[in-house]
Design a protein around this ligand. Structure first.
Ligand code: VGL
Ligand code: ZN
Length: 190
């Protein structure tokens, strides 16, 4: 796999709250950082999404049910939990997309956070999109399926992803694969 000028990567929600010790930890969530840092320097264009909720976001419930889309309070705007993982490389020229900022609306896809994202990517001449990050079964899934829907040749960097729960993670990978998302690993890149 050789990265070209017409490729971009979308790094989804690699934030403290989705890593061990955070408010909504994904098992081994921090392990995606090494895989992502390894390939980031190869890309000319990088988009980083971040979950960026108001304190009264509609998805917050105590106790949370998880399966119905209710979650513990997480990634509150400007809080330490909402910061990118401290070891994650975020290039100076990366486009950072915040999502979930409307208290009444859930927003899993990076495309929900930035209405102009498709036009921006098209303006850069992007044809292939590599999607990776947290969590496989929610925001990564939604972003990859949206990318396909917008006509991009879409790849999941599998070892740069971790899921909330094994069953939903496996189902999400199967759904993405069936929809036409290609599966690659960080070690496949030259
Ligand atoms: C996410 C649950 C709630 C994610 C965000 O980034 O996958 N999951 N908010
Ligand atoms: Zn959220």
């Amino acid at each position: 796999m050789v990265v070209q000028d017409t490729d971009a990567i979308i790094v989804v929600d690699v934030q403290n709250d989705f890593c061990p010790g955070g408010a909504l930890p994904v098992t081994d969530g921090h392990l995606v950082v090494a895989a992502i840092n390894h390939i980031i320097p190869k890309f000319h264009r990088a988009v980083y999404s971040r979950d960026w909720h108001p304190r009264d976001h509609c998805s917050f419930h105590e106790p949370p049910d998880y399966r119905d889309g209710s979650w513990p309070e997480h990634c509150v705007e400007d809080s330490p939990g909402a910061e990118f993982h401290g070891d994650l490389i975020v290039p100076m020229d990366a486009l950072v997309v915040s999502k979930g900022m409307n208290r009444d609306k859930e927003a899993y896809s990076a495309f929900d956070g930035e209405p102009d994202l498709v036009e921006k990517l098209q303006g850069w001449g992007i044809q292939r999109l590599f999607v990776t990050g947290l969590a496989t079964d929610y925001c990564v899934r939604a972003t990859a399926l949206d990318a396909l829907g917008h006509g991009f040749d879409t790849y999941l960097v599998a070892d740069g992803c971790r899921g909330v729960a094994r069953e939903t993670e496996e189902a999400a990978i199967e759904e993405m694969r069936a929809a036409g998302v290609h599966m690659v690993r960080s070690g496949d890149f030259e």
